[in-house]
Design a protein around this ligand. Sequence first.
Ligand SMILES: NC(=O)c1ccc[n+]([C@@H]2O[C@H](COP(=O)([O-])OP(=O)(O)OC[C@H]3O[C@@H](n4cnc5c(N)ncnc54)[C@H](OP(=O)(O)O)[C@@H]3O)[C@@H](O)[C@H]2O)c1
Length: 331
Amino acid sequence: MGHRVTAAVDGVAYTPGELDRDATFYVAGHRGLVGSAIVRKLEAEGFAHVVGKTSAELDLKNRDDVFAYMAEIKPRYIVLAAAKVGGILANSTYPVDFLSDNMRIQTNVLDAALANDVERVAFLGSSCIYPKFAEQPIREDSLLTGHLEPTNDAYAIAKIAGILHTQAVRRQYGLPWISAMPTNLYGPNDNFSPKGSHVLPALIRRYDDAAKTGADSVTNWGTGTPRREFLHSDDMADAVLHLMEHYDGPDQVNVGTGTDVTIREIAETIGQVTGFAGETEWDTTKPDGTPQKLLDVSKLAEAGWMAKISLQEGLERTVAWYRDHVDTIRE
Ligand SMILES: NC(=O)c1ccc[n+]([C@@H]2O[C@H](COP(=O)([O-])OP(=O)(O)OC[C@H]3O[C@@H](n4cnc5c(N)ncnc54)[C@H](OP(=O)(O)O)[C@@H]3O)[C@@H](O)[C@H]2O)c1
């Protein structure tokens, strides 16, 4: 397929290889679902200078503060995993925040990284950048070939701008920056809040509550038939480091498992893992959303990476984490 880019195409002549374990590595969003997994991975791999700041310590929407921080730490590598993130309800209720906050966060971090000649940046987007009716499984080259899903178009446009930003830096300045587009993620430090969460943490919370109270039934939205793909955040972190060490090119790389399951199957597995003994009901008056969302991961496979954590194992680990942290999770 020839995804690899040569210097003639975008002016970047760079051979990816092992990153320097002694260099400063800035993880923007280091406390989040993805950022915390990346920190765990980097520390396990022997990176000695992994740095990050909470949003309370450094608001990435504040350009001057971002430039000052970047000049102070002078990182050699960055993963940009800081973003305003939410499920369908939050996205459709607060589109201005999802557009404006994310544009500002990424523009500030990428501009400050450029000003400090950061060698390798991995920008993280999301599968919602692809057209609503993209052919399944969704290939990277379907980007900008059709209309977006309207409930999260503001967020998607910000993320598309981020991909273009990394490509433009490659073209104009020759820095080997890359971007990766994960599928639905789950794991420790996820957002389990009923107002802001994605489908999987919302199901974990609902089934765990029902198991604890001994409820007879749980009711989920829709028919349960839509198919979705889920990747554990530790696999995601593994994939991002792998791409930083083995991939270079202007095209965003999809990160997923390459297989999907129905929402009904996911709900049943979560019910079993949480020990819920009642019935699951489906409120078919509520919308289902897109029938299928699955990423084509052949480019990632070409780069030499495959998911390792099974859904059963990932869910067992995540439910255990949720139970250990239920009193301190973010609302
Ligand atoms: N979760 C998914 O299923 C999923 C799927 C595809 C792609 N992604 C992408 O992965 C990236 C990370 O997502 P996530 O799920 O890890 O989200 P998350 O758990 O909500 O974490 C986001 C992090 O961003 C930080 N942040 C937000 N606004 C900030 C600000 N103004 N200044 C500084 N830091 C700020 C937060 O820091 P504090 O904790 O300090 O407030 C938080 O740790 C995003 O780009 C997202 O699009 C996620």
